[in-house]
Design a protein around this ligand. Sequence first.
Ligand code: CUA
Length: 304
Amino acid sequence: MLAHSGPVGTIDTLWWVMFVGSAIVFAVVVALLAVGLLRRRAIPPEQRRRPGPGTTFVVIAGVVVPTIVLVALFVLTVDALPKTSPALGTTRLAVDVVGREWFWDVSYPSNGARTANEIHIPVGVPVDIRVTSADVIHSLWVPELNRKIDVIPGQTNHVVFDARSRGVFRGQCAEFCGLQHAHMALYVVAEPKAKFDEWLARMAAPAPPPANADLERGQQVLLSSACEYCHRIAGTNATGTIGPDLTHLASRLSLAAATIPNTRGYLAGWILDPQHIKPGNRMPATNLSGPELQSLLDYLESLH
Ligand code: CUA
């Protein structure tokens, strides 16, 4: 398998060793069971309960061999653990990820950039992903980059993402956290350092001001509705922090924690009836006229 990061190669090898080891043990046990069943028919009933040389075989095959196999697999697992957790001293970039019902709040402490459901990292740079939760226990898992990491309220856990190749890797919440657990995904975008730096600087900048009267109307629709209580758009009066940051919404790959693609049609459907797409999420439906909705969509689509 082509590993996208060092830890993944280790996890991959460990998985195959476990799988092949288990398969061999299972095959031997089934073979012995078959032999036992077949031979049992051949033994006369009065001889069946006689103790004999079988006892030695049971002690060796049933106690000694499993002990050796389990200890060997345990040692391999213990050996793999530190390889999935490179020393934090080697990381040169930190990303804060807060799990919320049901999305990922992402920020970069180096320059204050805040986004949601999308983590960008430079290829070849070990990144310290610091995770915590604002509500219940979640688990962050990007299988192509590293192991799962528990996302626990009141505690910060670390996992290192060290992408070897550029690409978009899907991550998923891996701990049942309520109704929309399955719709709590995210993307990790690994890109060349220069492209990443450009992206990070753009994310830290405030939203572009409305460039024409239509976008101005769209911004007014947003600021005069309930949106601003939950969402933040840097550079405007919208400063809510309960929902995903919308400052550069148009630049993202997905909406609603990788539930739907970030297109105008899906965005309109989401604004008008979010409970239809993701029942139980915190966002209420918005009652807008046709022209208001179109201006709002124009404005949100201008937030690059
Ligand atoms: Cu968050 Cu499952």
